[in-house]
Ligand binder design. Structure first.
Ligand code: DC
Length: 226
């Protein structure tokens, strides 16, 4: 079969990563979490103390960054100049760093080819904010996955708790609303639903049901293409 790519976009905490990872494992696709790539740039900017809102300053560090992805036990790992930063990029403070640096065209251009190459060489389920609109505009299937900010904050809080990271609900919700605002209103590649994307709202459905729904949509499209 010629490459079949699935693009999943949506706001933070909608369950994209966990759902996409499980669907990819179930259906034999390569899962690519593009948020992790932006998080790696965000971490690098934080470590180097550059002004993350300043495009020139952020662009200045890009030539020094060797960002690579790998897979270990089916899990995507991120490497920054050879160091495995997969755990560190998940810290809550890195979320906003990633959102800040991702607003710059220089950063998006820098990461574009890496994402497209992965899709050229594999059948991918790729998730992010601009996959269906910019990175893979010809993806065979586009899904826009969303849920209410409150439902997303609730889930994010439980995820953090499971990792031993406690954060009050109000803080998690405020962070989600601020990131939505930033990601949806930036000039370059803002988060929005592609015209040809299927909308999936998981506010009132649990993980297993969302997984069945998503897998069902992907299977249906695969059969139609076969
Ligand atoms: O999916 P995430 O929460 O790990 O992403 C972190 C930030 O990276 C998010 O706030 C916006 C940015 N991002 C982006 O701009 N484009 C993508 N394709 C993926 C993430």
């Amino acid at each position: 079969m010629k490459s079949f790519d699935v693009a999943i976009d949506g706001p933070s905490g909608a369950g994209k990563s966990s759902l996409a990872r499980r669907c990819a494992a179930e259906l034999g696709f390569l899962y690519v979490d593009t948020g992790a790539i932006y998080r790696t740039v965000g971490l690098a900017a934080l470590r180097r103390g550059v002004d993350r809102k300043n495009e020139k300053a952020v662009a200045g560090i890009l030539p020094e960054l060797d960002i690579r992805m790998g897979y270990a036990d089916g899990e995507q790992r991120m490497f920054l100049n050879g160091e495995d930063v997969s755990r560190e990029i998940r810290l809550p403070e890195i979320s906003m760093c990633a959102s800040d640096v991702s607003a710059h065209a220089a950063v998006r251009d820098f990461l574009m080819e890496m994402q497209r190459k992965l899709a050229r060489e594999n059948c991918v389920i790729m998730d992010g904010r601009d996959i269906g609109t910019v990175v893979l505009p010809d993806a065979k299937l586009k899904i826009y996955l969303t849920a209410s900010p409150e439902a997303r904050a609730e889930r994010r809080m439980k995820e953090l708790q499971a990792k031993g990271l406690e954060q009050p609900f109000e803080e998690v919700l405020a962070d989600i609303i601020q990131r939505d605002e930033q990601d949806m209103n930036r000039e370059v590649a803002p988060l929005r639903q592609a015209e040809d994307a299927v909308l999936v709202d998981t506010t009132d459905i649990g993980f297993d049901e969302s997984f069945e729904l998503l897998c069902g949509i992907i299977r249906q499209r695969l059969e139609a293409e076969a």
